[in-house]
Design a protein around this ligand. Structure first.
Ligand code: FE
Ligand code: FE
Ligand code: ZN
Length: 277
């Protein structure tokens, strides 16, 4: 069965997102833990969480994926920005434990000038200070497009972060199809080779989720502009290969395409029709 969902607005709460997901044929979803361009989180609604957990169980949901704000930068050269990132990480992990056994996606961050290895040291520090051995939430590092000074556009960089993490069982990777194509991994002509490279550098067992996006830009462009499924440079054939790949087909897929809810419903129906695995 294809485990598929899309990014939904969290403004109406968890139960509302679960109901929307069911309506559009999804069995999971992604959402922002707080304002994606700021840091403010909503008050915790325990009734809503209780209702959601029941709905997710009744409808056999795959793991849901929380996404940290874009503005979070645990790699920053600025100590106060790193301190804020740590505070948010800590609070997000605490909140996500109210909906146990799900996942939390994070952009590694941008080193903004001080260099990749300094940035990697800082993000590892932030994670080591905030992951705890009792948490059920799996934290995922997202593969990035390499826009600006972003860390994580090379599998080696993700691996270097992971090597520095003490609680390795609490982390994994989320592969974004738009980002890796932008980052120079040719999944159109050599999906098999890219998966093999992922496996040899990071280890395929660490791959826990896919952000399924087409791209507005040509190969190796480092721009990070998502496109609707089949309407971008990746095209429908590549997307079909991704969802049916033996090493990927059982992972949860999350759409982050430029769509309203009706558009997502159509993409989900299309993807189900392409899923032969
Ligand atoms: Fe992301
Ligand atoms: Fe993504
Ligand atoms: Zn993106």
């Amino acid at each position: 069965m294809l485990n598929i969902g899309c990014h939904l607005s969290s403004s109406g709460g968890y139960e509302n997102m679960a109901k929307q997901a069911i309506e559009i044929g999804a069995n999971t979803f992604q959402f922002f833990t707080r304002n994606p361009r700021g840091f403010k989180a909503k008050d915790i609604d325990y009734e809503d969480i209780k209702a959601f957990i029941q709905t997710a169980e009744n409808n056999n949901f795959a793991k849901i994926l929380a996404h940290a704000p874009y503005t979070l930068n645990p790699c920053s050269a600025d100590k106060s920005i790193r301190a804020l990132a740590k505070e948010i990480l800590k609070d997000d992990i605490k909140r996500l434990e109210l909906t146990p056994n799900n996942m939390y996606n994070l952009h590694p961050g941008s080193h903004v000038g001080q260099g990749v290895s300094e940035g990697i040291k800082y993000i590892a520090e932030a994670l080591n200070e905030n992951l705890n051995k009792n948490q059920t939430t799996l934290l995922l590092l997202e593969t990035m497009s390499g826009k600006g000074s972003e860390i994580g556009s090379k599998f080696e960089e993700i691996k270097q972060i992971m090597d520095k993490i003490e609680l390795k069982e609490k982390i994994g990777v989320c592969l974004d199809t738009c980002h890796i194509y932008d980052g120079g991994y040719d999944i159109i002509n050599d999906l098999e080779g890219v998966i093999k490279e992922f496996d040899s550098v990071i280890g395929i067992k660490n791959l826990k989720a896919i952000h399924l996006n087409d791209s507005m830009n040509p190969f190796n462009n480092h721009k990070d502009r998502h496109q609707k499924i089949g309407e971008g440079s990746l095209g429908i054939k590549t997307i079909k290969n991704v969802i049916n790949h033996p090493k990927l087909k059982n992972l949860p897929f999350y759409l982050e395409t430029p769509n309203e809810i009706e558009g997502y419903a159509k993409e989900i129906a299309l993807l189900k029709s392409l899923y032969t695995a």
